[in-house]
Design a protein around this ligand. Structure first.
Ligand SMILES: [Fe+2]
Length: 256
């Protein structure tokens, strides 16, 4: 099912499972290898070298990640994230604010949505790389740009992780727990594909191509006509009891 109509999105955003959608953003990204070459030297980039080689190889690759020929770097399994992209709207992401962020905010506002925080996050990974098993405090509009990734989540997240468990994030690990394959929703995403990932639901992502790049528009505190989702309410209840922690949402401590 592809949600294209405003009504469709408004009806489906509250409840898992994740669903594909098709927002026709009019924006062309530079090739992933060029974006990687630019971002890898940025002070706010985060990356993790993966793979089965011994730790010494991973240490050497970590040290050389910013300076080795980029054609060589993409042969190493790694995952990379950057979540302060506004800094690049003037150069490598020229036009992103006008062609993506403003139209999407306008669309959401017109449908009666409000939010606490809405920002894009960029992910680049290579063949064999996998994200951690985790959940995010934010809803994600996942937009595959280059290469292929499979986005795994559960059809019924309540069966695998309570809202309260998701709020404290105590399940995060390198691998998903043992589960019945029939409980899983695995969506293989090709360039141009989009998926709505519900806040506070566990998921993991595997890379299926030499290089894969995606952007997630991350929505914190999303509310429709004043109503949050149930899992968001659990987060807010937790903050009511732990007010010192509520602000840490702004750190965007994204697990990837
Ligand atoms: Fe995530």
């Amino acid at each position: 099912m592809t949600i294209m109509t405003p009504d469709g999105f408004t009806r489906h955003w509250r409840q898992p499972p994740n669903f594909p959608l098709q927002v026709p953003f009019d924006y062309r990204f530079l090739p992933g290898i060029e974006i990687l070459d630019y971002l890898r030297d940025d002070e706010e980039v985060r990356f993790t070298i993966l793979g089965d080689d011994d730790w010494q190889v991973r240490m050497e690759r970590t040290a050389a990640f910013r300076t080795a020929p980029v054609e060589e770097v993409i042969t190493w399994p790694f995952r990379l994230v950057h979540f302060n992209l506004a800094r690049f709207y003037g150069d490598i992401l020229h036009g992103f604010q006008e062609q993506v962020m403003i139209p999407w905010r306008t669309y959401l506002s017109a449908q009666g949505f409000t939010w606490q925080r809405l920002a894009p996050i960029l992910f680049i990974s290579t063949e064999g790389a996998a994200s951690t098993y985790h959940n995010d405090n934010s809803h994600g509009l996942v937009w595959q740009l280059e290469g292929t990734k499979t986005f795994h989540s559960f059809l019924d997240p309540d069966k695998h992780l309570s809202a309260e468990g998701a709020v404290i994030g105590d399940t995060t690990g390198e691998e998903p727990p043992e589960h019945d394959a029939a409980d899983r929703q695995s969506v293989t995403m090709q360039p141009g594909d989009q998926l709505w990932s519900h806040a506070l639901t566990p998921h993991w992502v595997t890379t299926k191509s030499v290089l894969a790049m995606s952007v997630t528009l991350s929505h914190g505190g999303l509310s429709h006509q004043g109503r949050f989702t149930e899992r968001e309410l659990a987060l807010r209840a937790y903050w009511d009891k732990n007010p010192d922690e509520a602000w840490t949402h702004d750190l965007r401590n994204v697990r990837y």
